[in-house]
Ligand binder design. Sequence first.
Ligand SMILES: Cc1cc2nc3c(=O)[nH]c(=O)nc-3n(C[C@H](O)[C@H](O)[C@H](O)COP(=O)(O)O)c2cc1C
Length: 219
Amino acid sequence: MKINNAERDAVYKTIFARRDVRGQFTEKNIEEDVLRRILTAAHHAPSVGFMQPWDFIVVQQQQTKALIKEGFDAAHQRSAEMFDKQQSSQYQQFKLEGIMEAPIGICITCDRSRNGPVVIGRTINSQMDLYSSVCAVQNLWLAARAENLGVGWVSIIEDAVLRSALAIPENIDIIAYLCIGHVSHFKDKPELESAGWLARRDINNVIHFDSWSAQSNNK
Ligand SMILES: Cc1cc2nc3c(=O)[nH]c(=O)nc-3n(C[C@H](O)[C@H](O)[C@H](O)COP(=O)(O)O)c2cc1C
């Protein structure tokens, strides 16, 4: 199957228009068939040895979300203390989650023992299963964008909070907690870029040819 130019352009458009969304969620629920499509896209991510180590926990209950939000608030406060004074005050102004506002949350996990101890491709680099679950996150993120749904990754939270709120067994690794929903609008740029926190790096400074130390194209 060949991808035609219009289809190619749609993929790039989706990649560049994807944003991490925290503050623009609306109350509209996600249609069941749409949710199924984005989860199916996630389930079709590449995985080491075709291990498919992920599970997806869809969080709909406000009560469960409230537990997660509480965990975020505590972690967020502790995080603010890690920055220097000036950065800390800017950090505290950012909205870094949309846990209660998003109609659903999705926790993506990694079962590192799935399909037995020896996995093709994970024999030497043991983290490859974790990376596979991250690939599922990205597939879901892009599929959601193609459905005009916003996704926000909430990482400022202790695993123990998610484990307890979602009854995740000890042998299962937690990869991501995502907030997902319809949005009022998508921003053109990352919020941290617009706020002057960090700029997008020049692509020429991150591409190397043949070795790390070789001059990149345009330094
Ligand atoms: C692994 C990972 C964890 C992240 N955790 C958070 C988070 O806890 N809160 C938040 O507001 N954004 C989080 N983000 C979003 C990033 O800040 C965002 O991707 C980055 O600023 C670029 O913006 P964009 O995704 O809109 O292009 C996370 C992104 C990734 C990939």
